[in-house]
Design a protein around this ligand. Sequence first.
Ligand code: ZN
Length: 340
Amino acid sequence: MEENIKQLTDTTLANIAACDTGAQLNDIRIGILGKSGALTALLKSMKDIPPEKRPEVGKIVNVARERLEAAIADRQAVIEQQELDRRLQSEKIDISIDVPTPCAGGYHPLTLIRNRIVDFFSSLSFVVDEGPEIETDYYNFEALNIPADHPAREMQDTFFVTDKFLLRSQTSAGQIRMMEKVKPPIKMISPGRVFRADEADATHSPVFHQVEGLVVDKGITMCDLKGILDLFAKKFFNENTQTRFRPSYFPFTEPSVEVDASCSQCGGKGCRVCKGTGWIEILGAGMVNRNVLKNCDIDPDIYTGYAFGVGLDRITNIIYGINNLRTVYENDIRFLKQFN
Ligand SMILES: [Zn+2]
């Protein structure tokens, strides 16, 4: 009997130690301690034992029972802990996942070049004055020596807002506004957007940018114009850059010139960028037409001046080697990222 109890206890303890689910453990418990369990059956067979031995055997059975109950309770605790761990593991939320780092914005290439131009002229004490984008016919044409019947009006396809108002087709309108406000000496630049009814293609856009410059004082000559534009070209391309003037025509300047800079790509030898000429056209300029000064109540016999208009988009394309103007306006983030 004693031997039976020991064997049963050892086997059951081993089974308890080996089981790893609550259901298995429950089966073991019922199998040994339940109503028809093995240990219960042993207890029932006590009646076959001689009465004097019963207390001793009873004690052994009770000890076995306590050991088994304790082992089941311990194992139960371990299994519950394991099941809890498993559940926590499976329901765990991974908060360490990578999130995209926020990217910093940057300046548009046109803004970068505009800022450089503004910085350059500001350092030479030019004031910056941005005129309105919606202008009257008077400021955009009439006062700039382009009367209603002037053929130069056909050089520019203008967007009209109403009969009286239009989207300025040139920043030159800013010259008139400045000369009305301030008497000479005047040194100003007027950067801004201009509008013309052009189809967008590799070299045209209905919206583009200019930086207008104007200097009016006593004794201003073409030499001053040449000097400042030469300095500008050297600053913008490199210190070996040369400039040259070619005769041109603008209604608001007389004489008028197109200004070329020697090609910084090939140093003037001729390459694809300068189409083999060694020169790149960078802006239009000239001495302020006497009629324009008169329109602003400035005496052309006392004062003279020069004006220039830089095509900002053109300069930007040259500096960054952009060969399609459309890429500048499409706002493709991959393109814009290259500049910052
Ligand atoms: Zn070249």
